[in-house]
Ligand binder design. Structure first.
Ligand SMILES: C[S@@+](CC[C@H](N)C(=O)[O-])C[C@H]1O[C@@H](n2cnc3c(N)ncnc32)[C@H](O)[C@@H]1O
Length: 188
């Protein structure tokens, strides 16, 4: 596992994380780590981010494939794509406070990601982890590096310094190590 510290500017990024250098660096890394795989990218908190093939955001203002809560979206992806995804992007609200701000963008008409049910966020991370194909990478943004699911291994961690007295943020890359053996039947 490798740890890298990135010094990044948050100017002009605001809520569009994909416009910032740190997320772009992590996205390229996830691409490199999965370049041997064929598969799609799932993004349950996409907002305006164009990287996903299967995209979702609870806010109907965003032009994502779906506009529903993350957990039912991930469960639907599992049914539609049982072979799994190459990359799953997890860029949810980082805190209760942030979640309230996103809810206000929808006129408060959506549940707070953290307050709705204390185990909700961990259920969402578990459902996202279950979508990874063997060798697939989950990219997790936030203030912690809690394991998204027991079977995942941490392969890379970016500590992102935003300067001044702002909190650093963390981007962790998690791999599903369950490799299919792909054995050919014995001919002898
Ligand atoms: C940090 S922003 C995502 C930014 C985006 N990934 C990017 O790169 O620009 C988090 C997004 O999650 C959405 N969101 C908040 N709670 C949600 C939920 N429970 N289910 C799905 N989307 C949610 C918000 O509307 C917001 O657009």
């Amino acid at each position: 596992m490798k740890i890298e510290r990135l010094i990044v500017s948050s100017r002009g990024v605001s809520r569009d994380t994909h416009k910032g250098g740190a997320y772009q660096t992590a996205w390229k890394k996830a691409g490199a780590l999965t370049s041997h795989l064929e598969g799609y990218v799932c993004d349950p908190f996409a907002r305006d981010c164009p990287w996903g093939d299967f995209t979702n955001d609870i806010n109907e203002k965003f032009n994502t494939t779906f506009n529903i809560e993350a957990l039912p979206f991930l469960k639907m992806c599992k049914k539609k794509m049982p072979e799994g995804f190459r990359i799953v992007l997890m860029d949810p609200p980082f805190s209760d406070n942030q979640s309230e701000k996103y809810a206000k963008e929808c006129n408060g008409d959506v549940p707070n990601f953290y307050a709705a049910d204390s185990s909700h966020a961990s259920k969402v991370f578990k459902a996202a982890s279950d979508l990874l194909m063997p060798g697939g990478i989950l990219v997790k943004l936030g203030y912690n590096t809690t394991k998204p699911a027991p079977h995942l291994e941490l392969v890379h961690l970016y500590v992102c310094n935003l300067g001044g007295m702002r909190h650093d943020t963390l981007i962790s890359l998690w791999r599903n190590p369950n490799q299919s053996l792909n054995l050919e039947p014995s001919r002898s």
